[in-house]
Design a protein around this ligand. Structure first.
Ligand SMILES: [Zn+2]
Length: 71
């Protein structure tokens, strides 16, 4: 709990020094990372065995469904 409060104080302190436009771009990046990963072609559709979630790797060729690890 003490660490959490410390983190929040640090975050607020840091944020006050960062330009507003940089904060906004960080927020947008976080949002897009949650929904999907930006890839040149598309994201791997396999489920990662280690996490049980959709693989976050990108496919290496257009039209591919899986990354190099899930082929
Ligand atoms: Zn994959």
């Amino acid at each position: 709990m003490k660490n959490l409060i410390l983190s929040i104080i640090t975050l607020v302190t840091l944020t006050s020094f960062i330009a507003v436009d940089k904060v906004q771009s960080n927020n947008q990046k976080t949002t897009s990372e949650v929904s999907s990963v930006e890839c040149k072609y598309s994201q791997c559709t396999a489920i990662a065995a280690s996490t049980g979630k959709t693989c976050k790797h990108c496919v290496s060729n257009e039209g591919d469904l899986y990354c190099w690890q899930h082929k």
